[in-house]
Design a protein around this ligand. Structure first.
Ligand code: ADP
Ligand code: MG
Length: 394
């Protein structure tokens, strides 16, 4: 994967258009409840400003109706927070696609925030005319938003076709480096852990990874479908009976690659207060519900993890939100943290688990991009990255 990087480009005196991911969570009053994404976007902006560029930044926020401005999805709170973080004024430009006085006045060393790009009609369908107009605003287009890299939209794809220079910002480049290291040139053994609730949401990931990895650890509801495929009992656990064939096909194609849990922690109902019981799979009763992997399984998986050269993790292996059923996910998380492998993790609930167990600083790389991370694991081409590659080699 070869893309131009912001660091390779002389931006002095140039107008740089940064597509960031500033899609932060807000409470009912509009207050930002977690500014991680804004803070993560600061380095690219600061770098450009320090090197004498005139900087425009935009992002999507929420799901506004295209073509209509709405206060609820305005980037105004983001502009205020960004201004605090940069220690500089960050004016918000409402109607920006056609340029105008704000554009003419933008000087090197200054930054403006361009209002929610999804307010523009044609953004989501990657409208050609819209993308061309956006490209005319800048000398350098910089994509620093990996989370939207799996979508071809005007600010993530179309603009990159037409801007004089198109490059990746440090966040995007960092994601590509980490993911490339984990999957394109992994230190072996390469171990993947795929948990979560449903096989159906991760079938392509499972198939793609089964082929690439040396061991594919399945957990959570996903493991239940594999247990059934391996002729084990699952009681009344979350299971997708219609996907047993798919699970079976993976087991048959890659004998020995997918360790099946031999014991589990189960309960009679799905509840935080349900009494946990540890059982071997063969002792599972029809009214048992599997909510975590058992101690024997954990011990076996820890050995696999300890030997790994590279670990890719998506999805908790149990209902970690309930303390009684969190031990399996905690143990694997700690095993990953303790290992010397290059480890990469992603997924909304996976990150929640990592934070709950306090091991974030011992994972080599945490991808904050849910959908794009999964599509990368699926081996799909990310359109926003593909266009940067095409521009780099053109
Ligand atoms: P991620 O967001 O990291 O990709 P998923 O959304 O796929 O992960 O899955 C996370 C959810 O899976 C968690 O809410 C967890 O409670 C649930 N889960 C894990 N194991 C089980 C299980 N055995 N039965 C039901 N749900 C489970
Ligand atoms: Mg999730």
């Amino acid at each position: 994967m070869k893309v131009l990087r912001l660091s390779e480009i002389d931006v002095r005196g140039k107008r740089v258009f940064i597509r960031a991911d500033l899609n932060v969570p807000q409470d009912d009053s509009g207050a930002i409840t977690d500014d991680t994404r804004i803070r993560a976007s600061v380095p690219a902006i600061r770098d450009c400003l320090a090197r004498g560029a005139a900087v425009m930044v935009t992002s999507h926020l929420g799901r506004p109706k295209e073509g209509e401005w709405s206060a609820a999805d305005s980037l105004a709170p983001v502009a205020r927070r960004l201004s605090e973080l940069l220690g500089a004024p960050v004016p918000l430009v409402k109607d920006w696609v056609d340029g105008g006085p704000w554009h003419a006045a933008l000087a090197p060393g200054q930054v403006v925030l361009l209002e929610n790009c999804r307010f523009n009609k044609g953004e989501k369908k990657d409208d050609e005319a819209l993308a061309r107009k956006m490209a005319q605003l800048c000398d350098v287009y910089c994509n620093d938003a990996f989370a939207t890299a799996h979508r071809a939209e005007a600010t993530t794809h179309g603009i990159a076709k037409h801007a004089p220079i198109a490059c990746a910002g440090p966040l995007l480049a960092g994601e590509l480096d980490a993911l490339g290291k984990a999957l394109a040139h992994p230190a072996r053994p390469l171990v993947a852990i795929v948990g979560g609730s449903k096989v159906s949401t991760k079938l392509t990931v499972l198939k793609t990874l089964a082929e690439k990895v040396d061991a594919l650890i399945v957990g959570g509801g996903i493991a239940n479908t594999f247990i059934l495929a391996a002729h084990g009992h699952v009681g009344k656990s979350l299971v997708e009976a219609d996907l047993v064939g798919e699970a079976q096909a993976i087991l048959d194609a890659w004998p020995g690659k997918v360790p099946i849990p031999v014991d589990v922690v189960c309960a009679k109902q799905f509840s935080a207060t349900a009494a946990p019981t540890q059982k071997a799979i063969e002792n599972l009763e029809p009214d048992d519900m599997i909510l975590d992997i058992g101690a024997t399984t954990v011990a076996a998986l820890k050995t696999v993890i300890a030997k790994a050269g590279t670990i890719v993790w998506n999805g908790p292996v149990g209902v970690f939100e309930f303390d009684a059923f969190a031990a399996g996910t905690r143990a694997l998380a700690e095993a990953i943290a303790a290992s010397h492998a290059f480890s990469i993790a992603g997924g909304g609930d996976t990150i929640a688990a990592i934070n709950k167990f306090g091991i974030a600083d011992r994972i080599s790389y945490i991808s904050t991009a849910g959908g794009a991370f999964l599509e990368f694991l699926e081996g799909k081409t990310l359109p926003a990255v593909a266009i940067l590659e095409a521009r780099a080699t053109a």
